[in-house]
Write a protein that binds this ligand. Structure first.
Ligand code: CDP
Length: 225
């Protein structure tokens, strides 16, 4: 059996990593793994268990409960989409709202959380060819990935895209609030001590501020091939 192929896509929030990754995976018949969804699911778990209060996140409480968290991806044949499961419950939608978005970077900064999720992610890459998107995929999870991309776009353009996406789902969060969240997460993700968001030297930079989704897809597909 040939070794599975690993495509790593890292970059800033709301750069459309998951959209292009899903499309590439479908085309190449690889498995798509949304590592951000895994950090979001842990954040939702922390919210449900009362690990957040007025003082922010109680890290010790969350760390003590990490063994109670089980995360899986289930492929839904009807929608042809993969859904993230937290302890057997489909949380694909509930992890996308602002309540989680505003807290996920604090959760993702905890080394014990990262250790658990990185181990899970590496397991996934052993059996199948995968496309995984996130912040540390090319730098930490799969430093030997076959190809690495680093995606970025202006903060304003990214906030505009996220605003449209949430609006279509009936979420009334304002553009200003989203822009603030995009900038706050950029800052936290890039300056944290553990596995900060960095572009590795061997990653291909894709600035998609002015690229259409089709242009970006074709460009990346060509490079992978
Ligand atoms: O979709 P979006 O770009 O908004 O973010 P995401 O991929 O859902 O990731 C949410 C958050 O999880 C990020 O802002 C990071 O704080 C964290 N994350 C991480 O630390 N490492 C990863 N591999 C993926 C996400």
């Amino acid at each position: 059996m040939t070794n599975p192929t690993i495509v790593a896509i890292d970059g800033h929030s709301s750069t459309g990593k998951s959209t292009v990754a899903k499309r590439l995976a479908k085309h190449l018949k690889f498995i798509y793994v949304d590592s951000g969804a895994m950090y979001r699911a842990v954040t939702l778990f922390a919210l449900k268990k009362g690990c957040f209060d007025d003082n922010g996140l109680n890290e010790v409480s969350l760390i003590n409960q990490l063994d109670d968290i089980s995360i899986d991806f289930k492929f839904d044949n009807d929608t042809q989409k993969s859904q993230i499961m937290l302890n057997g419950e489909n949380v694909e939608d509930s992890i996308r709202g602002m309540e989680v978005s505003q807290r996920v970077s604090a959760v993702a900064a905890i080394p014990e959380v990262r250790e658990k999720l990185v181990a899970l992610q590496r397991e996934m890459g052993k059996k199948h060819s995968i496309i995984m998107d996130g912040r540390d995929i090319g730098s930490v999870v799969f430093p030997d990935a076959d190809i690495k991309f680093f995606m970025t776009a202006s903060a304003e353009e990214r906030a505009r895209r996220r605003y449209e996406e949430l609006k279509a789902k009936g979420d009334a969060t304002s553009y200003e609030e989203i822009l603030e969240n995009v900038k706050a997460r950029d800052h936290m993700d890039s300056t944290r001590t553990h596995s900060p968001l960095v572009k590795t030297d061997d990653a291909i930079l894709i600035d998609n501020t002015n690229l259409s989704q089709d242009e970006q897809f074709e460009k990346m597909l060509k490079m992978i091939k």
